[in-house]
Design a protein around this ligand. Structure first.
Ligand SMILES: [Fe+2]
Length: 194
Protein backbone atom coordinates (compact mmCIF):
# COMPACT_ATOMS: atom_id res chain seq x y z
CA UNK A 1 0.00 0.00 0.00
CA UNK A 2 1.30 3.46 -0.85
CA UNK A 3 2.25 5.79 1.95
CA UNK A 4 -0.21 8.66 2.32
CA UNK A 5 0.93 12.20 1.79
CA UNK A 6 -0.76 15.57 2.08
CA UNK A 7 -2.05 17.16 -1.16
CA UNK A 8 -0.18 20.46 -0.91
CA UNK A 9 3.24 21.60 0.26
CA UNK A 10 5.84 24.26 -0.39
CA UNK A 11 8.01 23.34 -3.36
CA UNK A 12 11.77 23.02 -2.75
CA UNK A 13 14.11 25.71 -3.94
CA UNK A 14 16.14 24.58 -6.95
CA UNK A 15 19.23 26.22 -8.46
CA UNK A 16 17.90 26.55 -11.99
CA UNK A 17 15.91 29.58 -13.11
CA UNK A 18 13.92 27.20 -15.29
CA UNK A 19 11.90 24.97 -12.97
CA UNK A 20 12.28 21.26 -13.43
CA UNK A 21 8.66 20.37 -12.78
CA UNK A 22 8.98 16.58 -12.80
CA UNK A 23 11.75 16.75 -10.20
CA UNK A 24 9.84 19.37 -8.20
CA UNK A 25 6.74 17.23 -8.24
CA UNK A 26 8.70 14.24 -6.99
CA UNK A 27 10.34 16.36 -4.27
CA UNK A 28 6.91 17.73 -3.39
CA UNK A 29 5.56 14.22 -2.95
CA UNK A 30 8.48 13.29 -0.71
CA UNK A 31 8.22 16.52 1.29
CA UNK A 32 4.64 15.60 2.13
CA UNK A 33 5.30 12.08 3.37
CA UNK A 34 3.83 11.16 6.73
CA UNK A 35 5.82 7.97 7.07
CA UNK A 36 8.66 6.01 5.50
CA UNK A 37 7.59 4.91 1.98
CA UNK A 38 8.01 1.32 0.82
CA UNK A 39 10.58 0.20 -1.74
CA UNK A 40 7.68 -0.45 -4.10
CA UNK A 41 6.63 3.20 -3.72
CA UNK A 42 10.16 4.41 -4.52
CA UNK A 43 10.43 2.20 -7.58
CA UNK A 44 7.06 3.32 -8.88
CA UNK A 45 7.71 7.03 -8.36
CA UNK A 46 11.13 6.87 -10.01
CA UNK A 47 9.76 4.85 -12.92
CA UNK A 48 7.14 7.50 -13.65
CA UNK A 49 9.25 10.67 -13.43
CA UNK A 50 10.24 12.01 -16.86
CA UNK A 51 13.41 14.11 -16.80
CA UNK A 52 14.84 15.92 -19.82
CA UNK A 53 18.52 16.81 -20.20
CA UNK A 54 17.65 20.46 -19.63
CA UNK A 55 15.73 19.55 -16.50
CA UNK A 56 18.85 18.00 -14.99
CA UNK A 57 21.15 20.92 -15.81
CA UNK A 58 20.87 22.53 -12.39
CA UNK A 59 22.24 19.33 -10.86
CA UNK A 60 24.81 18.52 -13.55
CA UNK A 61 27.87 18.85 -11.31
CA UNK A 62 30.87 16.52 -11.67
CA UNK A 63 34.03 16.23 -9.57
CA UNK A 64 37.44 15.03 -10.83
CA UNK A 65 38.32 12.50 -8.12
CA UNK A 66 34.98 11.14 -7.00
CA UNK A 67 31.37 11.17 -8.04
CA UNK A 68 29.31 14.19 -7.04
CA UNK A 69 26.32 14.10 -4.76
CA UNK A 70 23.66 16.79 -5.22
CA UNK A 71 20.79 16.86 -2.76
CA UNK A 72 17.34 17.90 -3.93
CA UNK A 73 15.50 17.40 -0.62
CA UNK A 74 15.71 15.59 2.71
CA UNK A 75 13.31 15.09 5.59
CA UNK A 76 12.98 12.48 8.32
CA UNK A 77 11.32 9.99 5.97
CA UNK A 78 13.20 10.23 2.68
CA UNK A 79 15.97 11.89 0.72
CA UNK A 80 16.20 12.73 -3.01
CA UNK A 81 19.59 13.11 -4.69
CA UNK A 82 21.07 13.57 -8.16
CA UNK A 83 24.45 11.85 -8.51
CA UNK A 84 26.93 12.65 -11.30
CA UNK A 85 29.62 10.12 -12.17
CA UNK A 86 32.55 10.35 -14.56
CA UNK A 87 33.76 7.12 -16.19
CA UNK A 88 35.50 4.92 -13.60
CA UNK A 89 33.90 6.53 -10.53
CA UNK A 90 32.11 4.14 -8.17
CA UNK A 91 31.05 3.57 -4.56
CA UNK A 92 32.72 1.35 -2.01
CA UNK A 93 30.98 -1.94 -1.17
CA UNK A 94 28.20 -0.96 1.20
CA UNK A 95 24.73 -1.62 2.51
CA UNK A 96 22.19 0.99 3.56
CA UNK A 97 22.03 0.07 7.25
CA UNK A 98 18.28 -0.46 7.34
CA UNK A 99 17.24 2.11 4.74
CA UNK A 100 15.99 1.06 1.35
CA UNK A 101 16.83 2.90 -1.79
CA UNK A 102 15.94 3.14 -5.46
CA UNK A 103 17.99 4.46 -8.36
CA UNK A 104 17.00 5.60 -11.84
CA UNK A 105 19.49 6.03 -14.65
CA UNK A 106 18.92 9.35 -16.44
CA UNK A 107 21.95 9.42 -18.76
CA UNK A 108 24.76 6.94 -19.31
CA UNK A 109 25.39 3.41 -18.08
CA UNK A 110 25.24 2.16 -14.48
CA UNK A 111 26.87 -1.08 -13.37
CA UNK A 112 25.63 -2.62 -10.15
CA UNK A 113 27.40 -5.51 -8.45
CA UNK A 114 25.57 -7.30 -5.64
CA UNK A 115 27.30 -9.31 -2.92
CA UNK A 116 26.14 -11.69 -0.20
CA UNK A 117 27.63 -13.08 2.99
CA UNK A 118 28.03 -16.88 3.18
CA UNK A 119 27.14 -18.99 6.21
CA UNK A 120 30.41 -18.01 7.87
CA UNK A 121 29.86 -14.32 7.20
CA UNK A 122 32.43 -13.98 4.43
CA UNK A 123 31.49 -11.60 1.63
CA UNK A 124 31.08 -13.22 -1.78
CA UNK A 125 30.15 -11.98 -5.27
CA UNK A 126 26.54 -12.71 -6.17
CA UNK A 127 25.47 -11.07 -9.44
CA UNK A 128 25.97 -7.98 -11.62
CA UNK A 129 23.56 -5.86 -13.65
CA UNK A 130 23.81 -3.14 -16.27
CA UNK A 131 21.25 -0.33 -16.23
CA UNK A 132 20.72 2.25 -18.96
CA UNK A 133 18.51 5.29 -19.48
CA UNK A 134 15.15 4.84 -17.78
CA UNK A 135 16.23 1.74 -15.86
CA UNK A 136 15.25 1.61 -12.18
CA UNK A 137 16.84 -0.62 -9.55
CA UNK A 138 15.96 -0.87 -5.88
CA UNK A 139 17.97 -2.08 -2.91
CA UNK A 140 16.03 -3.47 0.02
CA UNK A 141 17.77 -3.96 3.35
CA UNK A 142 20.13 -5.76 3.80
CA UNK A 143 21.35 -5.67 0.18
CA UNK A 144 25.12 -5.19 -0.19
CA UNK A 145 26.28 -3.62 -3.43
CA UNK A 146 28.55 -1.38 -5.47
CA UNK A 147 27.26 1.19 -7.94
CA UNK A 148 29.39 2.90 -10.54
CA UNK A 149 29.99 4.27 -14.00
CA UNK A 150 32.25 1.74 -15.76
CA UNK A 151 35.49 3.14 -17.18
CA UNK A 152 34.65 1.48 -20.50
CA UNK A 153 31.39 3.41 -20.83
CA UNK A 154 33.32 6.41 -22.16
CA UNK A 155 30.53 8.75 -21.07
CA UNK A 156 29.22 10.51 -18.00
CA UNK A 157 26.46 8.98 -15.88
CA UNK A 158 23.63 10.82 -14.11
CA UNK A 159 21.35 8.99 -11.69
CA UNK A 160 18.59 10.04 -9.32
CA UNK A 161 18.27 8.31 -5.95
CA UNK A 162 15.66 8.12 -3.21
CA UNK A 163 16.62 6.71 0.20
CA UNK A 164 14.02 6.01 2.86
CA UNK A 165 14.73 6.84 5.58
CA UNK A 166 17.73 9.03 4.68
CA UNK A 167 21.12 7.36 4.95
CA UNK A 168 23.05 7.79 8.17
CA UNK A 169 25.81 5.46 9.35
CA UNK A 170 26.77 3.03 6.59
CA UNK A 171 28.28 -0.47 6.73
CA UNK A 172 31.19 -1.20 4.40
CA UNK A 173 32.61 -4.57 3.30
CA UNK A 174 35.51 -6.26 1.53
CA UNK A 175 35.24 -9.28 -0.77
CA UNK A 176 36.59 -12.46 0.87
CA UNK A 177 36.49 -10.89 4.32
CA UNK A 178 34.17 -11.14 7.34
CA UNK A 179 35.16 -7.65 8.37
CA UNK A 180 32.40 -5.04 8.53
CA UNK A 181 33.47 -1.43 8.59
CA UNK A 182 31.45 1.69 9.01
CA UNK A 183 31.52 5.24 7.85
CA UNK A 184 29.39 8.21 8.65
CA UNK A 185 27.06 9.83 6.20
CA UNK A 186 28.84 13.15 6.75
CA UNK A 187 32.03 11.68 5.33
CA UNK A 188 30.33 11.26 1.98
CA UNK A 189 28.73 14.69 1.85
CA UNK A 190 31.88 16.35 0.59
CA UNK A 191 31.98 15.25 -3.02
CA UNK A 192 30.87 11.65 -2.77
CA UNK A 193 27.87 9.66 -1.81
CA UNK A 194 26.38 6.23 -1.45
FE1 LIG B 1 23.77 1.92 -2.28
Amino acid sequence: MSTEFAPTAKLPELKSKKPCWPLKQLADRLNNLRGVPSLEDLNRWLSRVELTQECLNSYRSFKPSTYARNRVMKNEFAELLVLCWKPGQKTVIHDHNGSHGAVRVCEGVLWETIFERDTEGTLRYKVSHEWRGGGVTGADAPDIHVLGNPEVSGQNLITIHIYAPPLGKLNTYKVGSKEVGSTSFDFYMDGAGI
